[in-house]
Design a protein around this ligand. Structure first.
Ligand code: SF4
Length: 479
């Protein structure tokens, strides 16, 4: 079969947003002191609380095929290894970084290197992606990647590897971490217990990509994985499921079993957890220190308009209070600019944050991600502000640009009100106060709030610049 085949798996950073933490406009436009502050901050942000390894590539790198050696390259933290001759390079393509991924793929292919593209963007837009690849992997790649590696070894690579059925997660699929330089990351203890989401929020692509049916891994296997990971890395665990309480019985059993391992963990949940008393107590006992919850909206009309039905808006305040009272700090993610939102909404968000003493608020602008129901609807309604076929238009940013016209708020008033809201929430004194009053993970809460104070100032700067461009293009005219 010849010599060992070398495969590189590449993760692409965002140019702005949390990986980049930079203005989307040319930095030379900033003053020298601002530049001197921005660079070290950017490095700090990239290297500290946000940097966890890409789990999808960890999973693929853990697939072992004889005669093939895999390496992960995380371009957020290292340079591209140009000095090695790779037999195949696989790039994970997210919509927010698709143009950078395609650029790299085109460059590598022009040098004669074989390139495979996969990931969410490729799954949703296979034809457009195939133009930049020698082969594409459509769908969840767990089983397909083994076929790619086997075909590479045998010299029989195809052009399209398409998922017929979603991978069966009840089978053992051990994740190994020897491909990672652990010291670079905040933690490498990432665990995924399930995929899929039974809910149907129209701005989300999780149910589009992973289906509505929850596919769970066997509890026994997860407990073994946690124990194995803990032997080599005693740092925090991060349960990456979008909703770790989606199946309360399964979660209860899992975290009851994990209690004896005495780990500390972060995760993501729905606010329904606040009303799931027994599960909440189990989470707290098992070492849950902080959770991210998608509050999204405090406006019933917006929740309805975007099918955010899994928790009741009249229970939100109590749910958040209950979770914090259990000793768990909360990152609450909001979206401003939903279809039921008005200029009264910022005051309602502010009121909610004050009432609940939320530890880390995240105030996002609605993102019509291509492939979601929301994107299709806004395109039909003529509310997108960019070419819907240009992936570069949907780059990741940190609330730094408007991609669409809000339904009930004129564009210029929206930009103004968003800036006012973030400047009231994110100040240095408010960050320190939140850190002190957080029920747990106080340092992380303080760091997040301080970083966000910086990031939202970038957001205000960039939105103001964009507003100037909108004026020139007459986008503020009432439609
Ligand atoms: S936003 Fe969360 S709850 Fe809604 S569909 Fe996406 S993953 Fe599910």
């Amino acid at each position: 079969m010849g010599t060992l085949k070398k495969v590189l798996l590449v993760f692409i950073p965002t140019r702005s947003g949390v990986d980049g933490a930079r203005s989307i406009y040319a930095e030379r436009e900033q003053s020298l002191p601002a530049r001197m502050l921005a660079r070290p901050l950017r490095t700090l942000i990239r290297k500290s609380p946000f940097s966890i390894p890409p789990l999808s590539l960890m999973i693929l790198a853990s697939i072992r095929v004889e005669g093939v050696e895999q390496t992960i390259c995380d371009l957020r933290l290292e340079l591209f290894p140009d000095h090695v001759e790779w037999d195949l390079i696989g790039i994970s393509v997210q919509t927010g970084t698709a143009s950078e991924a395609f650029e790299l793929a085109d460059r590598l292919r022009s040098q004669g290197t074989l390139v495979a593209l996969g990931g969410p963007h490729v799954t949703m837009f296979p034809e457009a992606s195939a133009r930049h690849a020698d082969l594409i992997v459509e769908g969840e790649a767990d089983d397909l990647w083994r076929r790619v590696l086997t075909d590479l070894r045998q010299g029989t690579l195809g052009k399209t590897y398409r998922q017929e059925e979603r991978p069966d997660l009840s089978l053992p699929r051990p994740v190994f971490k020897e491909h990672l330089d652990a010291g670079r990351y905040f933690t490498t203890n990432l665990i995924q217990t399930s995929r899929g989401c039974p809910h149907n929020c129209d701005f989300c692509n999780v149910h589009v990509l992973n289906g509505h049916r929850l596919r769970q891994r066997p509890i026994e296997e997860i407990v073994g994985e946690v124990a194995r990971f803990r032997e080599h890395d005693g740092r925090i665990f991060f349960f990456v499921d979008d909703s770790i309480n989606a199946d309360p019985d399964y979660a209860e059993e899992l975290f009851r079993r994990l209690t004896t391992l005495r780990i500390t963990w972060f995760g993501q949940a729905t606010t329904a957890l606040g009303m799931q008393q027994s599960l909440l107590e189990t989470f707290a006992r098992s070492g849950c220190s902080a959770l991210l919850v998608g509050i999204e909206s405090v406006e019933p009309a917006s929740r309805k308009a975007h099918h955010k039905n899994q928790s009741r808006s009249d229970e939100l305040v109590q749910s958040v209070r209950n979770i914090r009272s259990a000793g768990i700090s909360l990152y609450g993610s909001f979206i401003y600019g939903l279809d039921g939102d008005t200029l009264e909404t910022p005051a309602a968000i502010l009121d909610f944050i004050n009432q609940t003493e939320l530890d880390v608020p995240g105030i996002n602008i609605l993102r019509p991600t291509p492939g979601t129901q929301l994107f299709l609807r806004l395109r039909e309604e003529g509310r997108l502000l960019f070419d819907p076929d240009d992936p570069a238009a949907f780059r990741y940013t940190f609330g730094q640009e408007m991609l669409y016209r809000p339904k009930q708020i004129p564009l210029d008033r929206f930009i103004e009100s968003y800036g006012e809201l973030t400047s009231r929430i994110f100040t240095v004194p408010a960050s320190l106060k939140r850190a002190i009053s957080a029920p747990s993970a106080k340092t992380a809460v303080g760091i997040f709030n301080l970083f966000y104070t910086h990031l939202y100032s970038l957001s205000r700067h960039d939105l103001k610049r964009q507003a100037g461009q909108f004026h020139q293009k007459n986008h503020f005219a009432i439609r």
